[in-house]
Design a binder for this molecule. Structure first.
Ligand SMILES: Nc1ncnc2c1ncn2[C@@H]1O[C@H](COP(=O)(O)OP(=O)(O)OP(=O)(O)O)[C@@H](O)[C@H]1O
Ligand SMILES: [Mg+2]
Length: 327
């Protein structure tokens, strides 16, 4: 097959989480070549004419869509699947609407709540309606991912502290910020792969916070994901098989992943993040369509636990996107 790996156009001075895209795009192309496919790379620029010429030049049977942002903005990324749909070029992963919905965290939470799936309570900008209480919240961006703006100061107590933090984030980074009830407890990142048109839940990964300073909130913040020299980076570790597959929690998490997959019209591959309260109640934090495919990171690690090599899982993502097969 001829596959065009289309990735975000990353400027040389972009932060670590964006630079990662290029390394991953090369790894994806290499994986496809190792399985006997033709694969080429192209950056996506926000110009439909350029996308058309890239398609005309490479004549792909399939676009491997790795575009996470345009002009550094995640909200614009759904333009790519929308355009490919129009051009009738098959592409991997989620469609535009699913991507746009999941990309707006408060809107996704509304949909989850209406469908009866558990997600922590939340309050949206301008945060004027919050009850005064001493509850703990985490202040998060409504639209950015990769733990953007999340450090120990993001977890605050009470409405005044929430408003102060949200205001500070808004002046520093712009955008919408909201407050979500902080769920103390275990964290699970669950990768889901499409198989014969159905969601297959891969082995469940738990983020374990070990040697974590007691006064720090146990969150996978920006440093834990991206600053290799930080104590948070080495202090949060992914582990598999801590939760027995027969356990009630395992069954519950698996059921929630499948329900959310169908509700959000997910396709190809996705990762869902959960926290489980100390009372054992699972909550969906967020849904990530087209999650990062860095070799060895989240999704690829879960596939490896299921016995699939990196090249196999990448090829599988392409095959399940073939028209008329599973959709
Ligand atoms: N309500 C919450 N309670 C406890 N911890 C939370 C909550 N929301 C977020 N966190 C912590 O912050 C991390 C990042 O949050 P979240 O997954 O919502 O954001 P993200 O930046 O979109 O992440 P990703 O990189 O997975 O796209 C979580 O992995 C978790 O450790
Ligand atoms: Mg997350």
């Amino acid at each position: 097959m001829r596959v065009l790996v289309l990735h975000s156009d990353v400027p040389p001075d972009a932060p670590a989480d964006e630079q990662d895209t290029l390394i991953t795009a090369r790894a994806v192309a290499e994986a496809l070549r190792s399985r006997g496919h033709w694969a080429s790379l192209a950056p996506n620029v926000f110009d439909p004419e350029k996308l058309l010429s890239a398609i005309a030049e490479h004549r792909p049977d399939m676009v491997f869509n790795m575009v996470e942002a345009i002009f550094g903005q995640g909200e614009l990324a759904p333009a790519v699947p929308a355009l490919l749909e129009k051009l009738t070029v098959p592409y991997t992963g989620c469609g535009a609407a699913a991507m746009a919905l999941a990309g707006d965290k408060p809107l996704s939470k509304k949909v989850l709540q209406l469908a009866g799936l558990p997600t922590p309570d939340w309050h949206e900008w301008p945060l004027t309606q919050m009850p005064s209480s001493d509850a703990r919240y985490i202040v998060k961006s409504a639209t950015e991912d990769a733990s953007f703006g999340l450090d120990a100061g993001a977890v605050v107590t009470g409405a005044d502290a929430v408003r102060q933090r949200a205001q500070r984030c808004r002046s520093e980074y712009g955008g919408r910020w909201f407050a979500e009830a902080y769920v103390e407890g275990r964290e699970f990142n669950i990768s889901v792969l499409e198989e014969d048109g159905e969601p297959r839940v891969l082995p469940i990964a738990e983020m374990v916070f070990h040697a974590w300073p007691s006064e720090r909130p146990r969150i996978v913040g920006y440093d834990a994901k991206w600053s290799e020299a930080s104590p948070e980076y080495s202090g949060a570790e992914r582990r598999f098989h801590r939760e027995g597959t027969e356990s009630e929690l395992h069954q519950r998490l698996t059921g929630l992943c499948k329900a959310a997959w169908r509700l959000f019209n997910l396709r190809g591959y996705a990762r869902l993040d959960f926290r489980v309260s100390e009372a054992g109640e699972p909550f969906v934090l967020e849904i990530n369509p087209n999650p990062g495919l860095e070799p060895g990171a989240g999704f690829a690690a879960a596939a490896a636990q299921a016995g699939m090599s990196y090249a196999e899982v990448i090829e599988h993502i392409v095959i399940c996107a073939l028209p008329n097969l599973t959709r």
